[in-house]
Design a protein around this ligand. Structure first.
Ligand code: 2P0
Length: 315
């Protein structure tokens, strides 16, 4: 028995936290959960806390910090955590989102906490804010209500977008998101502009999703992505998560869209490019990205489900 959770891609981005230690985002965000990649996590009672990620013992601050916070509420025994990602870890593919969502789901199940999905989302958010969204499937929002639990916005089958992910590097990022966000808040002259314009972007994206207006969602999502990267680039020292192939892949997506294919890009705190396609266009985008210089490989994904327990020994 193990918990499975999928990464998500924010179409309206979260970057920066509110002051304090509660891991509250400074901006609302809206995401899609991906089906094709996942974290699988098992937890068991043990004699001391031990965390294994992809088979290696690690002192993972997010995992250990989240367990410590849960112990303030529940009497959990020492835990051994086995977590495995079937995609590159810490490389801009939201491994901490799927990781913390799977961890809370595994602990909830193993120790009978009986948490509602919204409560799991709040707990996952305390570990990693983007993880709140991976507790749900399809289109998901995260905003300042209900203790910053995420909320499902639209079912994945109601608008089955497809995503082609161009992998341009398997290396872990040099600046982890949590550190980068704090640096942006403290040093970027654009930070106030970022936070003061986020609510409008969020509202526009919500409406576009609910009304399934692809072009409107494409425009707002690329704008939010590029605005976040402008914030990153204006941070001191600068946060530059792109490489040459990232830029080439973004240009490929723009070329496709200008030629009439419904596809837009999104790039997170890493060099991978996610091409978000209208239903039926994923293969065309994947083929074009695979031909783009510097792209190592391309994976395609449908929209996925939220974090859940699966029977079996695979974890
Ligand atoms: C997002 N990212 O909205 C944005 C876009 C990366 C770029 O959320 O400090 O691992 O654990 O709350 O959630 C990545 O940051 O940061 C992220 P913490 P997290 O998906």
């Amino acid at each position: 028995m193990f918990a499975i959770a999928h990464p998500n891609v924010a179409l309206v981005k979260y970057w920066g936290k509110q002051p304090g230690t509660a891991n509250i985002p400074a901006t609302p965000s809206l995401s899609i959960t991906l089906d094709a990649i996942a974290t699988r996590t098992r937890v068991e009672a043990a004699t001391e806390d031990r965390v294994f990620i992809n088979g290696s013992a690690v002192a993972d601050a997010k995992v250990l910090g989240l367990i410590a916070q849960m112990r303030e509420v529940w009497q959990l025994p020492p835990l051994v955590v086995h977590s495995a990602n079937d995609f590159p870890t810490g490389a801009g593919l939201a491994s901490s989102a799927s990781g913390c969502a799977a961890l809370v789901t595994a602990i909830d199940h193993a120790f009978g906490l009986n948490l509602a999905r919204a409560e799991r989302s709040t707990w996952a958010r305390r570990g990693s804010a983007s993880a709140a969204r991976s507790v749900f499937g399809g289109f998901v929002t995260l905003e300042a209500k209900a203790d910053w639990a995420a909320t499902p916005l639209l079912n994945k089958d109601a608008w089955p977008l497809e995503v082609a992910v161009a992998i341009t590097s398997d290396a872990a990022k040099r600046t982890p998101s949590t550190i980068g966000m704090e640096s942006s808040r403290a040093t970027s002259p654009f930070f106030d502009a970022w936070t003061s314009t986020a609510t409008e972007d969020f509202g526009a994206a919500q409406r576009a999703v609910l009304e399934r207006r692809y072009d409107a969602l494409a425009d707002i999502a690329e704008h939010s992505c590029l605005k976040m990267h402008a914030l990153m680039l204006s941070t001191r020292p600068a946060l530059m998560y792109w490489n040459e192939a990232t830029v080439a892949a973004m240009a490929t997506v723009r070329r496709l869209r200008e030629a009439g294919t419904p596809v837009f890009f999104s790039v997170d705190a890493g060099p991978q490019v996610k091409a978000v396609c209208a239903p039926g266009c994923g293969e065309e985008a994947a083929a074009a990205l695979a031909q783009t210089p510097g792209v190592l490989r391309v994976l395609t994904s449908a929209l996925g489900d939220g974090a859940r327990i699966v029977e079996g020994e695979d974890g």
